[in-house]
Design a protein around this ligand. Structure first.
Ligand code: HEM
Length: 473
Protein backbone atom coordinates (compact mmCIF):
# COMPACT_ATOMS: atom_id res chain seq x y z
CA UNK A 1 0.00 0.00 0.00
CA UNK A 2 1.62 3.25 -1.15
CA UNK A 3 1.19 6.44 0.83
CA UNK A 4 0.77 9.75 -0.89
CA UNK A 5 3.09 12.62 -0.01
CA UNK A 6 0.40 14.67 1.72
CA UNK A 7 -0.51 11.69 3.90
CA UNK A 8 3.10 11.29 4.97
CA UNK A 9 3.37 15.02 5.71
CA UNK A 10 0.22 14.89 7.78
CA UNK A 11 1.45 11.88 9.76
CA UNK A 12 4.83 13.60 10.35
CA UNK A 13 3.07 16.74 11.53
CA UNK A 14 0.89 14.69 13.87
CA UNK A 15 3.92 12.91 15.31
CA UNK A 16 5.78 16.19 15.74
CA UNK A 17 2.85 17.80 17.56
CA UNK A 18 2.49 14.73 19.78
CA UNK A 19 6.21 14.82 20.57
CA UNK A 20 6.05 18.52 21.40
CA UNK A 21 3.08 17.94 23.68
CA UNK A 22 4.90 15.17 25.56
CA UNK A 23 8.01 17.34 25.82
CA UNK A 24 5.91 20.20 27.13
CA UNK A 25 4.21 17.97 29.67
CA UNK A 26 7.49 16.64 31.01
CA UNK A 27 9.66 19.74 30.84
CA UNK A 28 7.12 22.55 31.18
CA UNK A 29 8.09 24.93 34.00
CA UNK A 30 4.69 24.46 35.61
CA UNK A 31 4.63 20.67 35.24
CA UNK A 32 5.43 20.22 38.95
CA UNK A 33 2.28 22.06 39.99
CA UNK A 34 -0.93 20.18 40.75
CA UNK A 35 -3.70 20.64 38.23
CA UNK A 36 -5.70 18.89 35.51
CA UNK A 37 -3.45 17.19 32.90
CA UNK A 38 -4.92 19.15 30.00
CA UNK A 39 -3.90 22.46 31.59
CA UNK A 40 -0.28 21.60 30.69
CA UNK A 41 -0.99 21.88 26.98
CA UNK A 42 -3.48 24.68 26.40
CA UNK A 43 -5.92 26.97 28.15
CA UNK A 44 -8.84 26.28 25.81
CA UNK A 45 -10.86 24.63 28.53
CA UNK A 46 -10.24 27.57 30.88
CA UNK A 47 -11.35 29.94 28.13
CA UNK A 48 -14.48 27.89 27.59
CA UNK A 49 -15.26 28.28 31.31
CA UNK A 50 -14.66 32.03 31.06
CA UNK A 51 -16.93 32.56 28.08
CA UNK A 52 -19.72 30.58 29.73
CA UNK A 53 -19.37 32.63 32.94
CA UNK A 54 -18.07 29.63 34.91
CA UNK A 55 -14.43 30.60 35.54
CA UNK A 56 -14.87 31.24 39.29
CA UNK A 57 -16.75 28.00 40.17
CA UNK A 58 -14.43 26.01 37.86
CA UNK A 59 -11.32 27.29 39.68
CA UNK A 60 -13.04 26.72 43.02
CA UNK A 61 -13.67 23.06 42.14
CA UNK A 62 -10.05 22.67 41.03
CA UNK A 63 -8.85 24.02 44.39
CA UNK A 64 -11.12 21.59 46.21
CA UNK A 65 -9.62 18.75 44.21
CA UNK A 66 -5.95 19.76 43.92
CA UNK A 67 -5.34 22.00 46.97
CA UNK A 68 -4.19 25.60 47.52
CA UNK A 69 -2.06 25.87 44.35
CA UNK A 70 -3.57 24.87 41.01
CA UNK A 71 -2.28 25.12 37.45
CA UNK A 72 -5.02 26.61 35.25
CA UNK A 73 -3.14 26.66 31.95
CA UNK A 74 0.39 26.38 30.55
CA UNK A 75 1.18 29.84 31.95
CA UNK A 76 -1.39 30.46 34.68
CA UNK A 77 -1.77 29.43 38.33
CA UNK A 78 -4.34 30.13 41.03
CA UNK A 79 -3.57 30.16 44.79
CA UNK A 80 -5.64 30.35 47.98
CA UNK A 81 -3.18 30.53 50.89
CA UNK A 82 -2.34 33.57 53.03
CA UNK A 83 1.34 33.19 52.00
CA UNK A 84 0.35 33.49 48.35
CA UNK A 85 -1.90 36.52 48.99
CA UNK A 86 0.95 38.26 50.81
CA UNK A 87 3.56 37.43 48.18
CA UNK A 88 1.49 38.27 45.08
CA UNK A 89 -0.33 41.38 46.32
CA UNK A 90 1.70 42.77 49.18
CA UNK A 91 5.39 42.02 48.60
CA UNK A 92 7.27 45.31 48.32
CA UNK A 93 4.02 47.13 49.22
CA UNK A 94 2.07 46.73 46.00
CA UNK A 95 2.93 43.18 45.01
CA UNK A 96 3.45 42.16 41.39
CA UNK A 97 2.56 44.09 38.22
CA UNK A 98 -0.90 43.65 36.72
CA UNK A 99 -1.46 41.69 33.49
CA UNK A 100 -2.94 43.06 30.23
CA UNK A 101 -6.32 41.93 31.49
CA UNK A 102 -6.61 45.36 33.14
CA UNK A 103 -6.26 47.12 29.78
CA UNK A 104 -9.96 46.30 29.41
CA UNK A 105 -10.69 48.86 32.11
CA UNK A 106 -9.30 51.96 30.36
CA UNK A 107 -11.70 54.86 30.29
CA UNK A 108 -12.01 57.31 27.38
CA UNK A 109 -9.05 55.35 25.88
CA UNK A 110 -6.94 56.56 28.82
CA UNK A 111 -5.11 54.46 31.41
CA UNK A 112 -6.40 55.20 34.88
CA UNK A 113 -4.87 54.24 38.21
CA UNK A 114 -6.76 50.91 38.15
CA UNK A 115 -5.80 50.04 34.57
CA UNK A 116 -2.12 50.99 34.94
CA UNK A 117 -0.07 47.83 34.76
CA UNK A 118 3.32 48.58 36.31
CA UNK A 119 3.54 49.48 39.96
CA UNK A 120 5.97 52.40 39.53
CA UNK A 121 3.53 54.40 37.38
CA UNK A 122 0.67 53.26 39.58
CA UNK A 123 2.20 54.60 42.78
CA UNK A 124 2.77 58.00 41.11
CA UNK A 125 -0.90 58.16 40.14
CA UNK A 126 -2.04 56.98 43.52
CA UNK A 127 -0.31 59.89 45.26
CA UNK A 128 -2.90 62.24 43.77
CA UNK A 129 -5.89 60.16 44.73
CA UNK A 130 -5.24 58.39 48.03
CA UNK A 131 -5.80 61.39 50.34
CA UNK A 132 -9.40 61.89 49.21
CA UNK A 133 -10.18 58.30 50.18
CA UNK A 134 -8.34 58.28 53.52
CA UNK A 135 -10.63 57.52 56.44
CA UNK A 136 -10.00 60.98 57.89
CA UNK A 137 -11.38 62.60 54.74
CA UNK A 138 -14.35 60.22 54.55
CA UNK A 139 -15.25 60.95 58.20
CA UNK A 140 -15.49 64.71 57.54
CA UNK A 141 -19.00 66.04 58.23
CA UNK A 142 -19.42 67.12 54.59
CA UNK A 143 -18.70 63.65 53.22
CA UNK A 144 -20.60 61.73 55.90
CA UNK A 145 -23.45 64.24 55.71
CA UNK A 146 -23.82 63.52 52.00
CA UNK A 147 -23.91 59.76 52.61
CA UNK A 148 -26.39 60.22 55.46
CA UNK A 149 -28.72 62.29 53.22
CA UNK A 150 -28.70 59.55 50.62
CA UNK A 151 -29.39 56.86 53.21
CA UNK A 152 -32.40 58.92 54.33
CA UNK A 153 -33.56 59.23 50.70
CA UNK A 154 -33.39 55.41 50.44
CA UNK A 155 -35.46 55.00 53.60
CA UNK A 156 -38.00 57.49 52.24
CA UNK A 157 -38.46 55.15 49.26
CA UNK A 158 -39.10 52.27 51.68
CA UNK A 159 -41.61 54.41 53.58
CA UNK A 160 -43.47 55.28 50.38
CA UNK A 161 -43.85 51.60 49.53
CA UNK A 162 -46.16 51.30 52.59
CA UNK A 163 -45.25 47.66 53.12
CA UNK A 164 -45.95 46.60 49.51
CA UNK A 165 -42.33 45.91 48.67
CA UNK A 166 -39.41 47.70 47.04
CA UNK A 167 -37.01 46.47 44.39
CA UNK A 168 -33.98 46.82 46.65
CA UNK A 169 -31.62 45.97 43.78
CA UNK A 170 -32.62 49.14 41.94
CA UNK A 171 -32.50 51.56 44.86
CA UNK A 172 -29.36 50.15 46.46
CA UNK A 173 -27.55 50.70 43.16
CA UNK A 174 -29.00 54.21 43.04
CA UNK A 175 -27.70 54.75 46.57
CA UNK A 176 -24.22 53.58 45.54
CA UNK A 177 -24.26 55.83 42.46
CA UNK A 178 -25.42 58.89 44.40
CA UNK A 179 -22.81 58.38 47.14
CA UNK A 180 -19.93 57.80 44.71
CA UNK A 181 -20.88 60.76 42.51
CA UNK A 182 -21.17 62.98 45.61
CA UNK A 183 -17.64 61.99 46.57
CA UNK A 184 -16.30 62.55 43.08
CA UNK A 185 -18.14 65.70 41.96
CA UNK A 186 -19.78 67.45 44.94
CA UNK A 187 -21.86 69.62 44.67
CA UNK A 188 -22.78 67.96 41.34
CA UNK A 189 -23.64 64.50 42.69
CA UNK A 190 -26.53 62.56 41.14
CA UNK A 191 -30.01 62.17 42.63
CA UNK A 192 -31.01 58.82 41.20
CA UNK A 193 -32.92 57.61 44.30
CA UNK A 194 -35.27 60.53 43.77
CA UNK A 195 -35.55 59.51 40.11
CA UNK A 196 -33.63 62.29 38.34
CA UNK A 197 -30.65 60.16 37.28
CA UNK A 198 -32.23 56.72 37.34
CA UNK A 199 -31.43 56.23 33.64
CA UNK A 200 -27.71 56.66 34.40
CA UNK A 201 -27.80 53.96 37.05
CA UNK A 202 -29.59 51.64 34.59
CA UNK A 203 -27.10 52.39 31.86
CA UNK A 204 -24.16 51.59 34.15
CA UNK A 205 -25.57 48.53 35.91
CA UNK A 206 -27.77 46.65 33.42
CA UNK A 207 -25.33 45.62 30.72
CA UNK A 208 -23.89 42.41 29.42
CA UNK A 209 -20.38 42.99 28.15
CA UNK A 210 -18.79 39.77 29.38
CA UNK A 211 -18.15 38.14 26.01
CA UNK A 212 -16.98 41.30 24.30
CA UNK A 213 -14.45 42.09 27.02
CA UNK A 214 -13.15 38.55 27.21
CA UNK A 215 -12.80 38.29 23.46
CA UNK A 216 -10.78 41.51 23.43
CA UNK A 217 -8.54 40.25 26.20
CA UNK A 218 -7.97 36.81 24.72
CA UNK A 219 -7.54 37.89 21.08
CA UNK A 220 -6.33 41.51 21.14
CA UNK A 221 -5.04 41.35 17.54
CA UNK A 222 -8.58 40.67 16.37
CA UNK A 223 -9.84 43.82 18.13
CA UNK A 224 -10.83 45.50 14.87
CA UNK A 225 -13.14 42.63 13.87
CA UNK A 226 -14.37 41.97 17.38
CA UNK A 227 -15.59 45.58 17.59
CA UNK A 228 -17.82 44.80 14.63
CA UNK A 229 -19.27 41.62 16.16
CA UNK A 230 -19.58 42.77 19.79
CA UNK A 231 -20.66 46.41 19.82
CA UNK A 232 -19.06 48.56 22.56
CA UNK A 233 -21.23 49.10 25.62
CA UNK A 234 -22.87 52.47 25.05
CA UNK A 235 -22.90 54.74 28.09
CA UNK A 236 -23.74 58.15 26.58
CA UNK A 237 -25.54 59.50 29.68
CA UNK A 238 -22.78 58.58 32.13
CA UNK A 239 -20.01 59.69 29.76
CA UNK A 240 -21.56 63.10 29.26
CA UNK A 241 -22.27 63.51 32.96
CA UNK A 242 -18.67 62.67 33.91
CA UNK A 243 -17.15 64.88 31.20
CA UNK A 244 -19.31 67.82 32.31
CA UNK A 245 -19.02 67.37 36.08
CA UNK A 246 -15.27 66.80 36.13
CA UNK A 247 -14.77 70.07 34.22
CA UNK A 248 -16.75 72.28 36.64
CA UNK A 249 -14.74 75.11 38.13
CA UNK A 250 -16.17 75.02 41.66
CA UNK A 251 -15.98 71.48 43.05
CA UNK A 252 -16.04 71.05 46.84
CA UNK A 253 -12.65 70.59 48.53
CA UNK A 254 -13.40 67.02 49.66
CA UNK A 255 -14.19 65.81 46.12
CA UNK A 256 -11.81 63.91 43.88
CA UNK A 257 -12.37 66.41 41.06
CA UNK A 258 -11.08 69.22 43.28
CA UNK A 259 -7.97 67.22 44.17
CA UNK A 260 -7.13 66.34 40.58
CA UNK A 261 -7.83 69.81 39.22
CA UNK A 262 -5.53 71.34 41.85
CA UNK A 263 -2.77 68.76 41.69
CA UNK A 264 0.87 69.87 41.24
CA UNK A 265 1.17 67.60 38.19
CA UNK A 266 -1.15 69.21 35.71
CA UNK A 267 -3.76 66.68 34.61
CA UNK A 268 -5.42 66.99 31.19
CA UNK A 269 -9.22 67.32 31.46
CA UNK A 270 -9.63 63.91 29.78
CA UNK A 271 -7.34 62.29 32.39
CA UNK A 272 -9.46 63.74 35.20
CA UNK A 273 -12.63 62.56 33.49
CA UNK A 274 -11.18 59.07 32.92
CA UNK A 275 -10.09 58.70 36.55
CA UNK A 276 -13.49 59.85 37.81
CA UNK A 277 -15.36 57.58 35.38
CA UNK A 278 -13.33 54.66 36.63
CA UNK A 279 -14.14 55.38 40.27
CA UNK A 280 -17.80 55.86 39.45
CA UNK A 281 -17.90 52.47 37.75
CA UNK A 282 -15.83 50.91 40.57
CA UNK A 283 -18.19 52.26 43.19
CA UNK A 284 -21.66 51.42 41.84
CA UNK A 285 -21.99 47.71 41.21
CA UNK A 286 -19.56 46.67 43.95
CA UNK A 287 -21.32 48.54 46.77
CA UNK A 288 -24.79 48.10 45.27
CA UNK A 289 -24.40 44.33 44.84
CA UNK A 290 -22.76 43.90 48.26
CA UNK A 291 -25.66 45.72 49.95
CA UNK A 292 -28.28 43.84 47.96
CA UNK A 293 -26.84 40.36 48.54
CA UNK A 294 -26.45 41.06 52.25
CA UNK A 295 -29.90 42.58 52.71
CA UNK A 296 -31.40 39.58 50.93
CA UNK A 297 -29.46 37.19 53.19
CA UNK A 298 -30.67 39.05 56.30
CA UNK A 299 -34.26 38.83 55.06
CA UNK A 300 -34.20 35.03 54.83
CA UNK A 301 -35.85 33.21 57.78
CA UNK A 302 -32.53 31.55 58.68
CA UNK A 303 -31.06 35.02 59.39
CA UNK A 304 -33.93 36.49 61.45
CA UNK A 305 -31.90 36.06 64.64
CA UNK A 306 -28.99 37.97 63.13
CA UNK A 307 -31.36 40.65 61.94
CA UNK A 308 -32.93 40.95 65.41
CA UNK A 309 -29.53 41.38 67.00
CA UNK A 310 -28.56 43.99 64.44
CA UNK A 311 -31.80 45.87 65.05
CA UNK A 312 -31.21 45.85 68.80
CA UNK A 313 -27.69 47.26 68.34
CA UNK A 314 -28.54 50.09 65.95
CA UNK A 315 -31.88 51.15 67.47
CA UNK A 316 -32.09 53.85 70.10
CA UNK A 317 -28.48 54.86 70.30
CA UNK A 318 -26.39 57.73 69.03
CA UNK A 319 -23.12 55.84 68.87
CA UNK A 320 -20.62 56.59 66.11
CA UNK A 321 -20.50 54.11 63.24
CA UNK A 322 -17.21 52.64 64.44
CA UNK A 323 -18.72 51.89 67.87
CA UNK A 324 -21.19 49.32 66.54
CA UNK A 325 -19.35 45.98 66.55
CA UNK A 326 -22.28 43.84 65.46
CA UNK A 327 -23.00 46.08 62.47
CA UNK A 328 -19.33 45.83 61.54
CA UNK A 329 -19.44 42.02 61.89
CA UNK A 330 -22.57 41.69 59.73
CA UNK A 331 -21.08 43.80 56.94
CA UNK A 332 -17.71 42.07 57.05
CA UNK A 333 -19.40 38.67 56.91
CA UNK A 334 -21.59 39.80 54.01
CA UNK A 335 -18.52 40.90 52.08
CA UNK A 336 -16.74 37.67 52.95
CA UNK A 337 -19.60 35.41 51.84
CA UNK A 338 -20.63 37.48 48.80
CA UNK A 339 -17.54 39.39 47.65
CA UNK A 340 -18.65 41.66 44.77
CA UNK A 341 -15.27 40.96 43.13
CA UNK A 342 -15.05 37.22 43.80
CA UNK A 343 -12.90 36.39 40.77
CA UNK A 344 -9.15 36.26 40.03
CA UNK A 345 -7.09 39.45 40.25
CA UNK A 346 -4.29 38.47 37.84
CA UNK A 347 -0.66 39.54 38.21
CA UNK A 348 2.67 38.63 36.52
CA UNK A 349 5.54 37.10 38.45
CA UNK A 350 8.51 39.52 38.24
CA UNK A 351 11.74 38.90 36.32
CA UNK A 352 13.87 36.14 37.82
CA UNK A 353 10.72 34.33 38.98
CA UNK A 354 9.54 33.90 42.57
CA UNK A 355 8.84 31.17 45.11
CA UNK A 356 5.13 31.05 45.96
CA UNK A 357 3.70 28.49 48.35
CA UNK A 358 6.86 26.40 48.07
CA UNK A 359 6.85 26.24 44.23
CA UNK A 360 9.30 28.08 42.02
CA UNK A 361 7.25 30.10 39.53
CA UNK A 362 9.13 31.44 36.48
CA UNK A 363 9.01 35.11 35.45
CA UNK A 364 5.94 36.36 33.51
CA UNK A 365 3.65 33.58 34.74
CA UNK A 366 0.09 34.75 35.43
CA UNK A 367 -0.65 34.21 39.12
CA UNK A 368 -3.77 35.15 41.05
CA UNK A 369 -6.06 34.55 44.02
CA UNK A 370 -9.85 34.71 43.92
CA UNK A 371 -11.70 35.98 47.00
CA UNK A 372 -14.40 33.32 46.62
CA UNK A 373 -11.95 30.48 47.24
CA UNK A 374 -9.64 32.35 49.65
CA UNK A 375 -12.67 32.93 51.92
CA UNK A 376 -14.09 29.43 51.73
CA UNK A 377 -11.16 27.09 51.54
CA UNK A 378 -9.05 28.21 54.50
CA UNK A 379 -11.06 26.25 57.06
CA UNK A 380 -8.54 26.74 59.87
CA UNK A 381 -9.18 30.51 59.70
CA UNK A 382 -12.77 30.69 58.44
CA UNK A 383 -14.38 27.74 60.21
CA UNK A 384 -17.51 26.61 58.28
CA UNK A 385 -16.32 29.01 55.59
CA UNK A 386 -19.35 28.47 53.36
CA UNK A 387 -21.81 29.62 56.05
CA UNK A 388 -23.01 33.13 56.92
CA UNK A 389 -21.96 33.53 60.57
CA UNK A 390 -21.37 37.21 61.54
CA UNK A 391 -20.50 36.19 65.13
CA UNK A 392 -17.16 34.88 63.94
CA UNK A 393 -15.91 38.50 63.69
CA UNK A 394 -16.71 39.27 67.36
CA UNK A 395 -13.86 37.09 68.61
CA UNK A 396 -11.06 39.68 68.63
CA UNK A 397 -8.24 37.18 68.56
CA UNK A 398 -9.69 35.15 65.70
CA UNK A 399 -10.43 38.38 63.84
CA UNK A 400 -6.70 39.20 63.56
CA UNK A 401 -6.08 36.12 61.44
CA UNK A 402 -9.37 36.55 59.53
CA UNK A 403 -8.51 40.14 58.65
CA UNK A 404 -5.23 38.97 57.14
CA UNK A 405 -7.17 36.65 54.84
CA UNK A 406 -10.03 39.05 54.12
CA UNK A 407 -9.67 39.62 50.39
CA UNK A 408 -12.92 41.32 49.33
CA UNK A 409 -11.14 44.64 48.83
CA UNK A 410 -8.01 42.98 47.43
CA UNK A 411 -4.76 43.47 49.37
CA UNK A 412 -1.67 45.67 49.43
CA UNK A 413 -1.01 48.94 47.64
CA UNK A 414 -3.27 48.02 44.72
CA UNK A 415 -6.21 46.97 46.86
CA UNK A 416 -9.41 49.00 46.86
CA UNK A 417 -8.83 52.74 47.24
CA UNK A 418 -12.51 53.27 47.98
CA UNK A 419 -12.80 50.76 50.85
CA UNK A 420 -13.34 53.36 53.63
CA UNK A 421 -15.95 55.12 51.54
CA UNK A 422 -17.67 51.81 50.75
CA UNK A 423 -17.69 50.74 54.42
CA UNK A 424 -19.05 54.12 55.52
CA UNK A 425 -21.83 53.92 52.90
CA UNK A 426 -22.79 50.40 53.87
CA UNK A 427 -22.77 51.05 57.62
CA UNK A 428 -24.69 54.28 57.27
CA UNK A 429 -27.39 52.69 55.13
CA UNK A 430 -27.80 49.62 57.33
CA UNK A 431 -28.05 51.73 60.47
CA UNK A 432 -30.67 53.94 58.86
CA UNK A 433 -32.73 50.98 57.59
CA UNK A 434 -32.49 48.58 60.53
CA UNK A 435 -33.13 51.22 63.18
CA UNK A 436 -36.58 51.72 61.62
CA UNK A 437 -37.50 48.56 59.73
CA UNK A 438 -37.20 44.84 59.64
CA UNK A 439 -36.83 43.38 56.17
CA UNK A 440 -38.49 40.30 54.71
CA UNK A 441 -38.55 38.65 51.28
CA UNK A 442 -41.63 39.90 49.40
CA UNK A 443 -44.11 37.13 48.51
CA UNK A 444 -43.88 38.13 44.84
CA UNK A 445 -40.06 38.12 44.77
CA UNK A 446 -39.17 35.98 41.72
CA UNK A 447 -35.59 37.10 41.11
CA UNK A 448 -32.84 34.50 41.34
CA UNK A 449 -30.03 35.65 43.61
CA UNK A 450 -27.42 33.14 42.44
CA UNK A 451 -24.19 34.85 41.46
CA UNK A 452 -23.83 35.76 37.81
CA UNK A 453 -20.15 36.32 37.00
CA UNK A 454 -19.04 39.11 34.73
CA UNK A 455 -15.43 39.85 33.75
CA UNK A 456 -14.12 40.29 37.29
CA UNK A 457 -17.24 41.04 39.35
CA UNK A 458 -20.43 39.18 40.12
CA UNK A 459 -24.07 40.21 40.50
CA UNK A 460 -27.42 38.63 41.38
CA UNK A 461 -28.59 36.70 38.30
CA UNK A 462 -31.91 38.42 37.63
CA UNK A 463 -30.86 41.88 38.88
CA UNK A 464 -34.01 42.29 40.91
CA UNK A 465 -34.65 41.74 44.62
CA UNK A 466 -38.06 42.56 45.98
CA UNK A 467 -38.09 43.07 49.76
CA UNK A 468 -40.69 44.17 52.30
CA UNK A 469 -39.76 46.94 54.72
CA UNK A 470 -41.91 46.47 57.83
CA UNK A 471 -41.90 49.39 60.25
CA UNK A 472 -40.59 48.60 63.75
CA UNK A 473 -43.07 51.03 65.33
C1 HEM B 1 -18.12 46.97 48.64
C2 HEM B 1 -17.59 47.79 47.78
C3 HEM B 1 -16.27 47.57 47.06
C4 HEM B 1 -15.54 46.43 46.88
C5 HEM B 1 -15.85 45.03 47.39
C6 HEM B 1 -14.35 46.79 46.12
C7 HEM B 1 -13.35 45.90 45.75
C8 HEM B 1 -12.20 46.25 45.07
C9 HEM B 1 -11.14 45.35 44.71
C10 HEM B 1 -11.12 43.85 45.02
C11 HEM B 1 -10.19 46.05 44.06
C12 HEM B 1 -8.88 45.49 43.48
C13 HEM B 1 -9.18 44.80 42.18
C14 HEM B 1 -7.97 44.27 41.44
O1 HEM B 1 -6.83 44.52 41.79
O2 HEM B 1 -8.23 43.57 40.46
C15 HEM B 1 -10.64 47.42 43.99
C16 HEM B 1 -9.92 48.45 43.42
C17 HEM B 1 -10.39 49.75 43.36
N1 HEM B 1 -11.56 50.24 43.88
FE1 HEM B 1 -12.94 49.22 44.94
N2 HEM B 1 -14.41 48.12 45.83
C18 HEM B 1 -15.56 48.65 46.40
C19 HEM B 1 -15.97 49.96 46.36
C20 HEM B 1 -15.29 51.00 45.78
C21 HEM B 1 -15.71 52.37 45.78
C22 HEM B 1 -16.97 52.91 46.47
C23 HEM B 1 -14.77 53.07 45.08
C24 HEM B 1 -14.72 54.54 44.76
C25 HEM B 1 -15.75 55.31 44.60
C26 HEM B 1 -13.76 52.14 44.65
C27 HEM B 1 -12.64 52.46 43.92
C28 HEM B 1 -11.63 51.58 43.60
C29 HEM B 1 -10.45 51.98 42.86
C30 HEM B 1 -10.12 53.38 42.35
C31 HEM B 1 -9.66 50.83 42.71
C32 HEM B 1 -8.29 50.74 42.03
C33 HEM B 1 -7.21 50.84 43.08
C34 HEM B 1 -5.81 50.86 42.50
O3 HEM B 1 -5.60 50.42 41.37
O4 HEM B 1 -4.91 51.30 43.23
N3 HEM B 1 -14.10 50.88 45.10
N4 HEM B 1 -11.86 47.51 44.62
Amino acid sequence: MAFQLWQLCLAALGLLSFGLCIRRAVFAPLSKLPGPWYSLFADWYLMYQEFTGQRRPYIHQLHKKFGPAVRLGPNEISFTSIEAVKEIYQSGGSGYDKTEFYTLFRQFSTRTMFSTLDKGTHSQKKRHVAGQYANTNIMQPEVMGGIQDRAKAFVKRCEESKGTGVDAYVYLHCFALDCASHHLFAPYGTKSIEGTDLDMMEELSYHDSLKRNLAQYRWPILSFWLEKVFKPRPAPIANQYVLNSSAKSDPKAHSLTYKLQNSKDAFQPIQIAAECMDHLAAGIDTTGDALCLLMYQLSLPESFKVQDQLISEVSNNNKALDELPYLDAVIKEGLRCFPPIPMSQPRYTPSGGRAIDGYFIPAATIVSCQAWSVHQLNEEVFVKGDQFLPERWLDKEAAIEMNRLFFSFGAGGRGCTGRHLAMAEMKCLFREVYSQYKTRIAPDMKGRMTLDDQVISSRPLDQTCKLLFESLN
